[in-house]
Design a protein around this ligand. Structure first.
Ligand code: NAD
Length: 465
């Protein structure tokens, strides 16, 4: 059973005032499995009014989310496609994020600044920035919301979330957990509709004081410009094209196994997915062989079935895009060491694909594939690898494997990315930063800095007279 999804506004689940809905399709079968309510301006006005009233109140819902993890995971897999085990991990991680930010709420300290005059006391207070508008995508339907929601609530803000229309029901379960935990009406609103209409209405609206967006660089630049025009704070989590640097002295078995899992998690629809694999000449053939063998072990299928480790892509257009990128790379001289094709029949399935000897002229080496394709090519020297790693305007995540301490230390300085994971896959914990540089955006959604962007600093100076 797949549920229809309503809007959550002012503590109530309800249809759009005008009754409009959008269909939801299962990416494994192309069938329409439900409907999601489509908000119009009049619905947004109700959410805005309620969010204004609800400002400054919240309670935690992590326990309910943990209790309901199995049920919500099944809902997420039906609408999003990822294997149910991955969906469950996402939900349990979301509960951790809520707990972590709830704790962080008690540490939003200001400062006492020593004054130059004897009778003057100078202090800074950290105050919530105000009502927030958040816009989140379909690849991690819960995780993308919970990071924004938990940080906003911990800072004392209220929030309107524009959720992903493609995968609406699992995010609704996240909001339900907060609602059932007793969050007062108006603190959170959840709306769906036409993304551009909603963002163009909410971002300039005087009620909204901060925005946070996760999605493509193209849309992010547009929304950041709109936010700038209206002097709103903005956090931007955008696209990436993560380089992976494998050096001659790397533990190749660990690298092949960990990277195969990480690359094809969520069918590669992950902004931090390892994508450009740069492998030092001496171990190139060995790595290609080990990595390809690990990828061949993946089982493609409906995420609700036992043993499936990679599901369909969420959108039909994503399969078209991946197919075009793979064909273009092959036309430029790359070779598929496994996969390379879409799967005929129902559903948005594309084989887990490893392309070797990919030339820089292939489009995929510069355009974010956002799908199940790994691009492999050899390099000779450290400097050559760094130049390629930093070639693109993106700078979200990067990975490296080396046992040489000098190489490891140099990488931390030389790779231009917001996050770098060396000799393991270590991203995404609530307490560590999560964010990019360059065209991958600005701001972080993890760690103590994440809450900063939902706070403003007020300076108060008092003379003792
Ligand atoms: P997209 O940017 O068109 O859409 C991403 C999300 O933004 C969707 O949920 C969409 O509804 C919403 N959106 C689109 N236009 C909007 C607007 N004008 N106002 C408000 N919201 C809007 O990209 P897509 O093709 O659906 O998704 C794939 C891309 O998203 C990838 O290429 C990747 O770059 C990016 N992405 C990034 C992250 C990240 O964490 N940085 C996560 C997921 C997706």
């Amino acid at each position: 059973m797949y549920p229809d999804t309503q809007l959550y506004i002012d503590g109530q689940w309800r249809n759009a005032l005008a009754g409009k809905t959008l269909p939801v399709t299962n990416p494994a079968s192309d069938e329409v499995i439900g409907q999601v309510a489509h908000a119009a301006t009049e619905d947004l006005d109700l959410a805005l009014a309620a969010t204004e009233r609800g400002f400054n109140l919240w309670r935690k819902a992590a326990a309910l989310l943990r209790e309901r993890a199995d049920t919500i995971a099944a809902i997420m897999t039906q609408e999003q496609g990822k294997p149910v085990a991955q969906a469950k991990i996402e939900i349990l991680n979301a509960a951790d994020v809520i707990d972590w930010f709830a704790g962080e709420a008690t540490r939003t300290y200001g400062q006492i600044i020593p004054s130059r005059a004897r009778d003057v006391q100078q202090q800074t207070l950290k105050l919530p920035v105000g009502p927030v508008a958040a816009f989140t995508p379909w690849n991690f339907p819960i995780n993308q919301i919970v990071r924004k929601l938990s940080a906003a609530l911990a800072a004392g803000c209220s929030i309107i979330v524009k959720g992903p229309e493609e995968t609406p029901a699992s995010p609704a379960e996240l909001i339900k957990a907060f609602a059932d935990a007793g969050i007062p009406a108006g603190v959170i609103a959840l709306v769906y509709g036409t993304p551009a209409e909603i963002s163009e209405y909410l971002i300039p609206h005087p009620t909204i004081r901060k925005i946070s967006f996760t999605g493509s660089t193209r849309v992010g630049k547009h929304l950041a410009a709109l936010a700038g025009q209206h002097m709103k704070k903005a956090t931007m989590e955008l696209g990436g094209h993560a380089p992976v640097l494998i050096f001659d002295d790397a533990d190749l078995d660990a690298a092949a196994k960990e990277l195969a899992q990480s690359k094809f998690r969520n069918a590669g629809q992950v902004c931090i997915a390892p994508t450009r694999f740069l492998i030092q000449q001496g171990v190139y053939e060995a790595f290609v062989e080990k990595f390809t063998a690990a990828v061949r072990e993946l089982k493609l299928g409906n995420g609700l079935e036992d043993g499936v480790t990679m599901g369909p892509m969420v959108l039909g257009r994503s399969v078209d895009n991946i197919e075009a990128l793979v064909q273009d790379a092959i036309a430029h001289g790359a070779k598929a060491s496994t996969g390379g094709k879409r799967v005929a029949g129902k559903g948005n399935f594309f084989e887990p694909t490893v392309l070797r000897d990919v030339p820089l002229s292939a489009r995929a080496m510069s355009e974010e594939p956002f799908g199940p394709v790994a691009l492999l090519r050899p390099f000779a020297t450290y400097d050559e690898a760094i130049a390629e790693a930093n070639r693109l305007p993106y700078g979200l995540a990067a990975y490296a494997y080396s046992r040489n301490i000098a190489t490891v230390n140099a990488l931390g300085r030389d790779v231009e990315s917001g996050m770098l994971s060396i000799n393991h896959i270590g991203f995404g914990l609530p307490e560590t930063p999560f964010g990019g540089v360059k065209d991958s955006g600005h701001g972080t959604e993890g760690g103590s800095e994440a809450i900063e962007s939902y706070l403003e600093t007020r300076f108060v100076t008092v003379a003792g007279r």
